[in-house]
Every structure is written in C-alpha cells, then in structure tokens.
Design a binder for this molecule. Structure first.
Ligand SMILES: [Zn+2]
Length: 469
C-alpha cells in the first residue's frame, strides 16, 4: 500500500495541515480525560469517539501511537461530591473511574497506554510550578500560586482571544481577588478548611486543573507532543493556559497539532439536566439501544461539525449499521460458486482507496462511509445476479473487517453459533424433508420460528437467520 498523508485541521494555525510527527512513524497523543465525579454523558463520548477515530486511523496508516489520557480525581466537583456522599475523595472518584472504564469498553474506545491520575502526580506538578516561580512566570499570594499572564506575550495564540477582551470577560472567584491581574490563573490553591490537601514548598494546598495536563502530558510524552485533543470548550481557558505554563517552563513548543471536537446538542438545544434532555451512555443502553449503534451515531458526524443528537438519528444509525451487517451475513452464509472475478477485485480495492482517501482528508467520515455503502450496493446487485464468486465474497468480507479497525462498529462475528439443540432440530427437519415427511418438517419449522430462528430453503440448502439481534 502506498503511503497516505493525513491532513488535519490544526486549531493553532486555523488551517488544514499535512500531519508529520516529530519522530518518524510514532505519534505522541494526549487527550483530555474525564473528571470522575459522575457518569460520563454522550457529549463527553462524542469527543472521545472522535478522538478514537483519529487514533485508530493513525494506527491504520501504520503509525505507532503513544496515547495518554488523564483522570482528574481532584477538583471542586469531586471534592463537593465526596463531601455530599460522606466518603473519602478516593472512594468517591474510584467509583466513577471504574464506571468510566466500563463505558469506554462498551463503546470500544481503544485504551490509552497511560491513564495518569492527578492525585498521583502532585510532585510532577510542583516541580513545574517551582520552575515557573524561579523564571518569574508565577507568583505566590496568600498561599496560592498564580501564573503571570503578562509574562507570556503569546497568550491567546490558540483561542485568538486578545488580552484586552480577556480582562473584561474573566469571572473572578471570591478567593482569587488577591491576584495581580484578573487574567492570571491558579497553579496551586491554598488549603481550605475541610478540603483534601498536599504539602508543597509553597504551603499545604492542591493543584489547579490546568497544571495537571501539562505535567502529566510532558511526563509521559516529552516536552513537545504531536497531537493534543479535547472538546472545543477546552480551547479557552484550559488549553490556552496549558500552552502558557508549559512553554514558559520549557521554552519549547508544547503541542504541534491541536485537535478539537465540536459540541453535541440534543434536538437542537444545549444538553442540560434542567431541560430534561441529558443522557449518559447508560441511559441509552437502558432504553435498549445497542452500543454499536450509539458509537456509529457519534462517529459519523464530522468532528468539526456540531452533532445534533436525536432519537430519530439513533434509529437511522441502527438501520445503517444493519445494512452493513446484513451484507456481511450474506457474504458469510451464501453458497457462492467457486472462483473470483477481476471486477470484484477492482471494486473492493476502489472501496479501500476511497475510504482511506476520505479519512486522510481531515477525517472525512461521510466520504468514508459512502465508499463502504457503494461497495454494498454493488455487492448486493452482483449477488442477486449470481455474479459474485466465492473468492470475491471472501475478499469483500476481509476488507470490511479491515476497515473496521478504524470504525469499530461491527460485531465480532455476524454468524453466531446456535445452541446444539437448535442445530439438532434444523438437522431433523432436513432429514424429514428428504423423506418427504412435510408435516414433521413444518412442525419443526414453526417450533424454530417461536424460538426466533427463521429458515430459508435455497437451491444450495437450508440457511437460518435470527429474527432479531
Ligand atoms: Zn486537559
């Protein structure tokens, strides 16, 4: 396969650029992870699934990907949650962390190489804060440490927010009036009564949220990362602050490509608990939707477009996915004449080429899916006309599973193994038919139907199908 160049939109430059990693063949990827104070909602998973598509496609292109995702297990929300439940911060956050890992497995998100917890990297954060203090990029006020934004003239280069606009818009927390400048942000927060705290050279306290991502990304991936990903709501202030503190500390570019995923809305509105349109992954599963259909829906809107989640769209996703699995089912269960054709080989290769080219164009997923459905249309017609041969079917099936390394929406196998009892009934019916005992054959057929199995008698023998998934 010839080498494919991936083009990606880079928020920093505001342009679609050719992606070239720092080290040949290796991609260092950091994705902002969950704050473990609740079950993750479908808006969170929209970002994670889009990032997963990026990661899987990089691997498909042959890159080795080193992936880090942080777990925020100390912040205002986790502290509040633990206090309300009357448990320790650790007990509280571990419960939601466990749920998060169950959810990402349900959605087949490729696991990261590292999931560092903030609370286990406090010394790494302190080291950077000390460095920033020494270089004059930070200052201590009443036990808290703040980053001095006026010391970093490039501040705003990611979000394109000008410093003067910033001054007017910043919301100042009551305990942060001691800052030199309202724009400055906390690197370290002085201990408050009844809150968890850690010792540090600047006094007891806890880290701010932004420093966590700088410390943990640089620890596992080095001072310059290839790709840093997150939702668009992270651009400002979170990622802008990460750039400021990291680059002020190392004097090197922090991230080469910034990848941001647009919002998910529900029925055209912002998702919120008060509107009653708020869904976790678990809510949708409880309603009976399949994880693969949910993943399919989250995956198939381009990551730079707002995804409008509706139940109608989820039903459509279920239907589209079924078209693919029905096609696979035919490929695996029909009896095809021996041989292979040049036309099929060309059609299948064209599908692979078009799929790859579309994804390489800033992850154009619609183009990628169009290539697959084009193959399915052609393949179904060829089957009806009896033109598809055994080798062709095998080749088409292999391609779909190969492309599924990127999509991860297909079931492990389309043809299930039936329980032994059912297999025996199918065999008994065949024997009854052979001796022309149609009454027995029909009785067995009805019995199987009651158990959700449909039989189809074809020229090539009897095939079975499950009525529902
Ligand atoms: Zn982050």
């Amino acid at each position: 396969m010839e080498k494919t160049t991936l083009k990606l939109y880079n928020t920093l430059s505001g342009k679609v650029e050719e992606f070239v990693p720092l080290e040949e063949g290796v991609v260092r990827l950091y994705t902002c992870g969950p704050t473990v104070y609740d079950y993750a909602h479908i808006g969170n998973f929209r970002s994670y699934v889009a990032e997963d598509l990026l990661k899987r496609f990089l691997k498909f292109l042959g890159y080795k990907v080193i992936h880090v995702m942080n777990i925020t297990d100390v912040d205002d929300k986790t502290i509040k949650g633990a206090r309300e439940e009357g448990v320790t911060l650790r007990e509280f956050t571990r419960k939601y962390e466990k749920a998060f890992f169950e959810d990402i497995d349900t959605l087949k998100l490729d696991r990261a190489d590292y999931y560092p917890r903030a609370t286990e990297h406090i010394p790494d954060m302190i080291k950077i804060i000390q460095g920033l203090l020494e270089k004059g990029h930070a200052y201590i006020k009443e036990g808290s440490v703040y980053f001095r934004i006026s010391s970093f003239p490039e501040y705003g280069k990611l979000s394109k927010i000008k410093p003067e606009e910033l001054k007017a818009g910043v919301r100042v927390e009551a305990d942060e009036y001691t800052k030199e400048d309202v724009r400055d942000f906390a690197l370290w927060k002085a201990k408050k009564e009844g809150e968890p705290s850690w010792p540090s050279p600047f006094g007891e306290g806890r880290p701010g949220w932004h420093i966590e991502c700088s410390a943990m990304s640089m620890k596992y991936l080095g001072e310059t990362l290839d790709i840093h990903a997150g939702g668009v709501d992270n651009i400002f202030p979170h990622h802008e602050n990460e750039i400021a503190q990291s680059e002020a500390y190392t004097g090197k570019p922090f991230v080469r490509y910034w990848f941001h995923v647009q919002h998910l809305i529900v029925d055209g509105e912002k998702m919120s608990k008060s509107r009653g349109n708020f869904y976790t992954l678990r809510d949708l599963l409880a309603m009976g939707f399949s994880p693969r259909a949910i993943r399919y829906l989250l995956l198939t809107t381009h990551y730079r477009k707002t995804l409008n989640f509706t139940f109608e769209a989820l039903y459509q996703a279920t239907t589209s996915l079924k078209r693919i699995t029905d096609f696979l089912y035919e490929l695996e269960t029909r009896k095809f004449p021996e041989g292979e054709t040049k036309e099929a080989a060309e059609k299948i290769e064209e599908c692979r080429r078009n799929f790859t080219a579309a994804l390489a164009d800033d992850l154009n997923i619609s183009g990628g899916m169009a290539a697959i459905f084009e193959l399915i249309r052609w393949g179904n017609r060829a089957m009806e006309e009896g033109k598809l041969l055994r080798g062709d079917a095998q080749r088409a099936r292999n391609l779909l599973y190969d492309l599924d390394r990127v999509l991860a929406v297909l079931p492990e196998r389309v043809v299930e193994e039936l329980p032994e009892e059912i297999m025996r009934m199918i065999k008994e019916r065949e024997e009854a038919r052979k001796r022309k005992d149609y009454a027995t054959a029909d009785r067995i057929r009805d019995e199987l139907f009651k158990r959700g199995i449909i039989l189809e008698d074809t020229k090539e023998g009897t095939r079975w199908k499950k009525i529902k998934e």
